[in-house]
Design a protein around this ligand. Structure first.
Ligand code: AMP
Length: 184
């Protein structure tokens, strides 16, 4: 497996745009649309993800609503695996199971279809993917949901980790965590 050099990481990081005070004052929003619209950068990132996960025993790739769908679906196609969307509450049409998680104020909930990981295997392996990990609340709920549905979350993968928020700490209790890029 090829690891990315500092130069490679700087190249990808340079394609992500910072939007200060979005969606509210004090938040620096990491805008990955600038990376996606650049075919060379997007392809380079997908080559890296394909290389990292091609030898791993994975049955499904689950992407978190909504930017996790972009990377998750592209990777699932490259690895010839099934893709499963983990969606915000009320969006999936069939019978769902859900997991609530705490926000700064109140709660949010994510859901998957009850038969999302139906497979010949008793406990299929799932790679979880999202664009970014901040506090880790969303991804921890998603990993719990995967386990609750009878599958096994083998790793949670992010394009960018905001390390200073230490969101990986709680997630690491459930699964292995990998961020392609990190902000300290
Ligand atoms: P958290 O549950 O705090 O780890 O938040 C992760 C989710 O919120 C991911 O789905 C991200 O897409 C989104 N998110 C949180 N903070 C940011 C940020 N600074 N820039 C872009 N997306 C963010």
């Amino acid at each position: 497996m090829k690891t990315l050099s500092t130069e490679d990481k700087n190249y990808l990081m340079g394609k992500i745009r910072d939007i200060p005070d979005f969606p509210k004052p004090g938040i620096v929003f990491k805008d990955i649309t600038t990376l996606l619209r650049d075919p060379k950068a997007f392809g380079f990132l997908m080559d890296h993800l394909e290389d990292r996960y091609k030898e791993m025993e994975i049955d499904f790739i689950a992407g978190i609503d909504s930017r996790g769908f972009i990377f998750g679906a592209a990777l699932a196609d490259r690895l010839e695996k099934g893709f499963v969307p983990i969606r915000k509450q009320g969006k999936l049409p069939y019978t769902t199971i859900g997991e609530k998680y705490a926000l700064e104020y109140g709660f949010d909930e994510i859901e998957i279809h009850i038969d999302a990981f139906e497979s010949d295997k008793e406990r299929p392996n799932v790679l979880l993917i999202d664009d970014l990990i901040a506090t880790g609340g969303t991804a921890t709920a998603a990993a719990n949901l995967i386990e609750k549905s009878g599958a096994h979350c083998v790793e949670a993968c992010f394009i960018l980790g905001l390390n200073f928020l230490r969101g990986d700490r709680k997630l690491q209790k459930i699964t292995s965590v990998y961020s392609v890029l990190e902000v300290d």
